[in-house]
Design a protein around this ligand. Structure first.
Ligand code: ZN
Length: 90
């Protein structure tokens, strides 16, 4: 299981909507998208990825979802889970 390391994006880079449960770290088509140069690697919501992304896969993008995963060092009685961004596709 691969996880997103570091701080997850709070807003979609393209439409600026809040990212809640899923995002894609991926490439956009050549050509400017909302002021960002095309071909750029960016974090976007699933709607923007459907419109502007080049797809999923090693050279195109990875989709992450917020999921509960076992906590390695969680406090006793916490239920033993924490939320993490897990790679689900790509
Ligand atoms: Zn978006």
């Amino acid at each position: 299981m691969q996880m997103w390391m570091g701080a997850a994006p709070r807003l979609c880079d393209l439409c600026r909507k809040r990212i809640t449960n899923a995002f894609v770290d991926g490439r956009t088509y050549t050509g400017s998208v909302r002021g960002l140069p095309g071909g750029r690697w960016t974090c976007m919501c699933l709607g923007c990825h459907a419109k502007h992304g080049t797809g999923l896969g090693q050279a195109n993008g990875q989709q992450y979802e917020r999921r509960e995963v076992p906590a390695e060092n969680g406090p006793q009685g916490s239920g033993g889970v924490r939320l993490a961004w897990v790679k689900v596709q790509g």
